[in-house]
Design a protein. Structure first.
Lengths: 334, 304
């Protein structure tokens, strides 16, 4: 209702309707305003701000400045980011003849799904996708649960030496996974984990990042709340899942999203520990595809493969970008 | 009387602390075990492996002391790895930070459409390096690539990106910057938005132009952000792998430290001992850089 009123008020001279971008911004600001204060006055001002921004941006004295130092560089930046990805999607629907040509057209003249079929012919695509989905969901789930219980233990269970254990986890956070590549390969091989899903999963399950991040979050919770629950006879298990987890949902969502994206994209370890196509995850399968098809210039099927690994993450990112950005820029933005 | 009370209280406290320990172990034990087995144990065993002349899969290994380290710091292959790592790291860090700051300054203006632009610019950072490498392989292809068509439009021939090692290095630097630029832009944008507005407004009233305001006020105040970005982007550039492996599968003037670690251990040579030596040096380097950062962040937290 408020949305309708705002756009009705906008009037003919207000360019909010142009392109829909202004709308998106107004809406997101309103949401932020509401969640911050929940006051209608604040909401009104926020949408007013967006409109004021538009009015100022295109005011006669400012228009040239807005275009030259604002829209033009942004447009170039967006084009440079979007163009390669758009070219990927377009090429994935082009038949080979439209790729091996001196005068390519922007859009496919005879769009085809043949490239996706070609990918499925070169590698066991169904199996590889399933592997990736299993590794991503199981891996993320275990990691997030371990991070939650570990962080809870570090913050709310008073035992001696817990700071020593936290320090040990903190140091582990500084160890890049590449350093452990060779010994982990030997360990997992010795356990018979090559070309298995558990072999792909196991070495990455310990989570220093998630534990660290959630510990920071749990430390901000009011102690009284948990003490009250303790007096009511709630044990640690109950306090964790009934109180700590629900009130920390946003932070947990952030950790979960970052973990899911990282697992999905993970390449080096699965590359080392698998060499049969049936046991590969998507990035490793695409590496195989690249080494087979890269020689012959079958870019259509290569782009179809790239679409499969890139587009799901793009969709998740577009929907939940605020959580993901805040998780990935941790430490910078206090 | 009072004696019994204390001793029973003591006993109760002891069972309580035992119970706490049991719960603590149940909650954090699995994570600690995994970290010990797959992070700490590898760290230690790498140090041992690094002293061996040992091929992966071979049953015999010869103890050669610091031989692998000497190779790493004196042989042509070792020195070339350092040269490539240095060029790759310095250029990706410098270019992404400079362009990221420029972009952040634009995104910081109150212009419509900037929310969308911020999301778009950040998006490559979350994408699979494998997928991104494949996309850019297509763009850089000297015969069929988008870039070759653009170059042909100006009547030129496309450079041989994949044959010339210097061009190959330039190519992966371009792609790496493309993928990570948005991170720098978003972090700088957060820094810009936390600057004291009254200071900038006062300077504007005193007729300081936008350029002057940037160099005399904004940039110096962004010092902590710049420092943070230098550290984090050095760390991630030194760990670059996915794009390098996909665009130059066996290395072609693009063997930065982590890529070389992989190629030596798991590539054609299977030189496990040498690869382990690279791991140890990599860990030492990254540990020092991270420790510097942590110390600094700690201080910032205290005084902020």
């Amino acid at each position: 209702m408020r949305t309708q009123k705002t756009s009705a008020e906008a009037g003919p001279e207000d360019p909010v309707t142009d392109g829909g971008m202004g709308h998106g911004e107004t809406a997101s600001r309103r949401r932020r305003g509401l969640s911050a204060l929940g006051s209608p006055a604040r909401t009104q001002r926020a949408s007013g701000n967006a409109r004021a921004a538009w009015r100022e941006a295109i005011a006669p004295g400012h228009l040239l400045d807005t275009i030259l130092t604002g829209w033009l560089p942004l447009l170039i930046a967006i084009a440079l980011i979007v163009l390669p990805l758009a070219w990927m999607v377009i090429a994935s629907f082009k038949p080979p003849g439209e790729i091996i040509t001196l005068s390519p057209t922007l859009l496919p003249q005879e769009p085809t799904l043949g490239n996706y079929e070609a990918v499925a012919d070169s590698v066991p695509l169904g199996r590889i996708l399933l592997n990736s989905v299993i590794v991503t969901t199981v891996g993320s789930l275990i990691k997030v649960v371990l991070a939650i219980t570990s962080a809870y233990a570090l913050v709310f269970i008073r035992v001696r030496f817990r700071n020593v254990i936290f320090l040990g986890i903190l140091v582990a956070l500084m160890v890049p996974p590449e350093v452990a590549l060779l010994p982990n390969y030997l360990t997992i091989s010795a356990l018979g984990g090559r070309n298995t899903l558990w072999g792909i999963l196991l070495p990455g399950l310990g989570t220093a990042f998630g534990t660290f991040l959630l510990r920071q979050q749990f430390k901000t919770l009011p102690v009284d709340m948990l003490e009250a629950a303790e007096l009511d006879g709630a044990g640690h298990w109950k306090r964790l899942w009934r109180i700590v987890v629900p009130v920390s949902a946003p932070a947990i969502a952030t950790v979960a999203l970052v973990t899911i994206v990282t697992e999905w994209n993970s390449f080096m370890w699965p590359l080392v520990i698998t060499d049969t196509p049936e046991s590969m995850t998507l990035p490793v399968g695409l590496n195989l595809l690249q080494s087979v098809e890269g020689q012959t210039g079958s870019y259509g099927s290569l782009m179809a493969g790239a679409v499969l690994v890139i587009v799901p993450v793009l969709i998740v990112f577009a929907a939940l970008q605020r959580h993901i950005v805040s998780g990935l820029t941790q430490g910078a933005v206090k | 009387m009072s004696l019994t009370r204390t001793s029973s209280a003591k006993r109760e406290q002891r069972t309580r602390s035992l119970r706490d320990w049991a719960i603590f172990t149940a909650f954090i034990g699995p994570n600690v075990l995994l970290i010990l087995a797959f992070i700490y144990y590898p760290l230690a065993s790498n140090i041992y492996y690094s002293l061996l002349d040992w091929r992966l899969g071979s049953n015999s290994a010869e103890f050669i002391g610091l031989g692998n380290y000497i190779t790493l710091f004196t042989s042509p292959t070792g020195l070339d790895m350092w040269r490539v790592t240095l060029i790759f790291t310095v250029s990706t860090v410098a270019i992404s930070m400079a362009l990221g700051l420029a972009l952040a300054l634009v995104l910081n203006k109150q212009i419509p459409g900037r929310t969308f632009a911020r999301t778009a610019v950040f998006s490559p950072y979350v994408l699979s390096g494998v997928g991104v490498g494949m996309v850019w392989n297509f763009i850089f292809d000297p015969q069929l690539g988008l870039l070759s068509h653009v170059v042909a439009f100006f009547g030129q021939n496309s450079p041989e990106w994949y044959l010339d090692p210097d061009l190959a290095l330039l190519m992966v630097i371009i792609v790496y910057v493309w993928k990570n630029l948005g991170y720098c832009a978003v972090v700088y944008l957060a820094g810009l938005q936390s600057l004291p507005r009254d200071l900038l407004e006062a300077a504007a009233i005193d007729h300081a132009g936008p350029v002057r305001r940037f160099f005399s006020i904004s940039f110096p105040l962004l010092g902590p952000t710049t420092f943070f970005l230098v550290i984090t982007t050095i760390l991630s550039s030194m760990q670059a792998f996915d794009i390098l492996r996909i665009m130059t599968p066996n290395g072609n003037g693009t063997n930065t430290i982590v890529f070389e670690l992989f190629l030596q251990g798991f590539g054609v040579y299977q030189r496990a001992g040498y690869s382990a030596a690279i791991s140890v040096v990599l860990f030492a380097a990254l540990f020092v850089i991270t420790a510097v950062q942590m110390r600094y962040v700690e201080r910032k937290v205290h005084y902020a």
